[in-house]
Design a binder for this molecule. Structure first.
Ligand SMILES: C[S@@+](CC[C@H](N)C(=O)[O-])C[C@H]1O[C@@H](n2cnc3c(N)ncnc32)[C@H](O)[C@@H]1O
Length: 397
């Protein structure tokens, strides 16, 4: 496997962001088109999106609303630094740089490696000073902190289309990490993920005349497929609004809300159909996004062991010991080293010592599965938490 294949294998979820760009390309917005024209369209077959199909139209409108809401938040915030987590393949950096605000685009390595050069090609020399892209995993604090190492002043983190991809265990890690960043830098966390699936369902009902519940079901099963994981425990996808709110408050955030209808009063792709646009905009009065700040009295979890891996081969057995976190950032490193060992050694058994493995995500499980499928495989000394994740999710990956 080459580097790119390896990243795709452990992080199949990047597909979802290509899909968002593909849908937004239907709006023909010039900045979107600049990025769309240059990305590899492996997962968006040009011509396959039929804008005249009402279902597709409803997706386009919903994603367009989320995209424009992001741009309005960037404009409104008094924070000089905007953290786009996850940035996907969207041209938000062009908007932030025009506002003279520092832009930090963060996403999984597979996304950043492709989008960062495209973005810099589309920025003027002066704008380039405002923009940075970094590979980061939202569950991995060290990767987030490294990405923000030169930040001065408050941060405004904007999250569109992320929380629905996490089970409670990973979601807790993401929330703890963001909490910690807000405690350190000050600022706030905007997210449209709270009620976005409901907004999408309402848009679908108005554009197609169909039932909201059909769209909610399609979203739930669709995102499960995209994330390549069982999503029954993903509360920002399958859970109730109350569960989402309780969860976020338990993570130590103060919750304020914004209404979509206060953020946007025009939907460009519906300009030929003002009646429908008005109906949709008035429906958006019922939907909220969140503005979260860190409750100063809540505890922040502060210990994280850096990732480390050791390999040795003896008597046809490859022994690997892993410390720290095995996630979207470190799983490709493990697989890369594993491939190197395979190229230079002969072994028919793998023993993984997980005594110092503190955390494993789906990406980590996928990396271990690749090893498991190639050799006899044993893993020992897992702590209770890692063991639970490993045993419960083995069959689902
Ligand atoms: C639905 S897309 C949204 C991207 C972008 N905000 C947009 O609206 O197009 C989901 C994004 O989440 C990213 N993602 C998934 N898991 C992540 C993680 N653990 N850390 C950082 N990004 C992640 C994916 O790579 C993908 O770009």
């Amino acid at each position: 496997m080459n580097h790119n294949e390896l990243l795709k294998k452990v992080n199949p979820v990047y597909f979802s962001a290509k899909g968002c760009l593909g849908l937004l390309a239907e709006t023909k917005e010039p900045d979107i088109m600049r990025f769309y024209n240059e990305v590899d369209k492996e997962t968006i077959t040009p011509g396959s999106i039929d804008i005249n199909n009402p279902i597709t139209k409803s997706w386009v409108v919903s994603i367009e609303v989320r995209y424009n809401t992001w741009n309005v938040i960037a404009q409104k915030t008094d924070c000089p630094n905007i953290v786009d987590l996850p940035c996907g393949y969207l041209p938000h950096c062009l908007k932030a740089a025009k506002l003279n605000k520092k832009y930090y685009g963060l996403d999984l390595p597979i996304v950043i490696e492709e989008i960062s050069p495209i973005a810099f090609k589309n920025l003027s020399d002066a704008e380039k000073n405002f923009v940075q892209y970094h590979a980061a995993d939202a569950t991995n604090y060290i990767s987030l902190r490294n990405a923000l190492k030169d930040v001065q002043g408050k941060i405004c983190i904007i999250t569109d289309g992320l929380l629905g991809y996490f089970n409670r265990y990973d979601l807790k890690a993401v929330c703890q990490n963001i909490h910690r960043l807000l405690r350190e830098f000050g600022g706030c966390w905007y997210t449209s993920d709270y009620e976005f699936s409901d907004l999408m369902a309402a848009t679908y009902a108005l554009v197609t005349g169909g039932k909201k519940s059909d769209m909610l079901e399609a979203n739930t099963s669709g995102s499960g497929k995209i994330a390549d994981a069982d999503n029954s425990d993903f509360i920002f996808n399958t859970g109730t609004l109350e569960e989402r709110k309780n969860f976020i408050e338990e993570c130590g955030f103060n919750v304020k809300t914004f209404r979509y209808s206060d953020m946007i009063n025009f939907i460009p792709s519906l300009k030929e159909n003002p009646e429908l646009m008005q109906k949709i905009l008035s429906a958006y009065q019922d939907f909220e996004g969140w503005i979260l700040t860190a409750d100063e009295t809540a505890e922040t979890q502060e210990t994280e062991i850096p990732f480390a891996q050791n390999f040795s081969v003896k008597d046809n057995v490859l022994s690997i010991s892993i410390s720290g976190r095995l996630d979207s950032i470190t799983a490709p490193e493990l697989l890369q080293k594993y491939e190197e060992q395979r190229a230079k050694n002969i072994f028919d058994e793998i023993h993984v010592d997980a005594a110092n493995l503190k955390y494993i995500s789906y990406a980590g499980l996928r990396a271990l599965k690749i090893m498991q499928e190639s050799c006899n495989f044993k893993i020992s000394n897992m702590n209770d938490e890692v063991k639970k994740i490993f045993e419960e999710n083995q069959e689902k990956i």
